[in-house]
Design a protein around this ligand. Structure first.
Ligand code: ADP
Ligand code: MG
Length: 261
């Protein structure tokens, strides 16, 4: 087993005809039907078919038995970005390369009208060369699912990474909400801990609403500026993805990847 989530277990598997290794996500139908998530699984599959990009895990094949759904995907062997951060914060040059790859994948998704909605280091995998691959489109949405107001309305995601307007339940722009999560991820990569933390969930949400966080002293002034623009609690004034790609911190040339011990 490579990993697991709420409904799925992911196994290292082999195609007996080609001999090739794949990652097989196995989902139990019974549990999924019980909680009414079948549509969401179908959406995960259609979305993965739509988004072919070097920084997005590729879907190979989907199969089903009476009791299970099997999603065969590209096997990514370097583990979760999460475990890398758990060993300590990254240097800015290393964080920049991952962040550039993340933004490239998310820009591609948004251009296809796909919003991920659960971006966090557990859903970012690394291949053997250290390239980032976005996975787990299990909570994603299509732009065709927008209500008449042009907004998404499902509150979902992981509390520490979720944008204030998603908690707010008044509808939100999927692209701006994904960018907030990218801001939390960038902060975590550079800091080694979360920007909004509290044992009490309500207190944590309050911090998220206010955009109440501090950058540690080791952040460069450029990274501090970008994180602050991404973690703007007002989605209307939050930096857009095209401006992120033009920002001075983002466009610095790639340097050798080194990690803090
Ligand atoms: P869930 O929807 O239940 O959260 P995920 O799709 O996130 O399931 O998969 C659970 C875990 O399995 C991931 O966090 C990761 O550790 C591992 N995993 C998922 N996809 C792959 C893959 N293509 N290659 C290697 N490991 C994977
Ligand atoms: Mg997951």
């Amino acid at each position: 087993m490579l990993g697991h989530g709420t409904f799925a277990k992911v196994y290292h598997s082999r195609n007996l005809h080609s001999g090739k290794s794949v990652a097989m996500k196995v989902i139990g139908k019974e549990k999924v039907i019980k909680v009414g998530m079948m549509d969401q699984i179908q959406r995960e599959i259609s979305v993965m078919k739509m988004v072919k990009h070097p920084n997005i895990v590729e879907l190979h094949e989907v199969m089903a038995s009476k009791s299970k759904i099997y999603i065969a995907m590209e096997l990514v062997r370097g583990g979760e970005l999460f475990s890398k951060v758990a060993r300590g914060r990254l240097r800015e040059d290393a964080a920049r390369v991952y962040f550039q790859q993340l933004i490239s994948a998310i820009d591609f998704c948004h251009s296809r009208g796909v919003y991920h909605r659960d971006l966090k280091p557990e859903n970012l995998l690394l291949d053997e060369e250290g390239n980032l691959k976005v996975t787990d489109f299990g909570l994603s949405a299509f732009s065709e699912h927008l209500k008449q107001d042009g907004l998404l309305h499902t509150t979902c995601g992981t509390p520490a990474y979720v944008a204030p307007e998603v908690i707010g339940k008044k509808g939100y722009d999927g692209a701006r909400a994904d960018l907030w999560s990218c801001g939390v991820i960038l902060y975590v990569l550079l800091a080694g801990f979360l920007p909004f933390q509290d044992d009490n969930l309500v207190a944590m949400y309050r911090k998220i609403y206010r955009g109440d966080f501090k950058c540690p002293p080791w952040f460069s002034s450029e990274s501090r500026r970008l994180v602050t623009k991404l973690l703007d609690p007002n989605p209307a004034s939050r930096i857009t993805i095209s401006k992120v790609m033009e920002s001075s911190w983002f466009i610095r040339s790639k340097e050798e990847i080194e990690f803090d011990a």
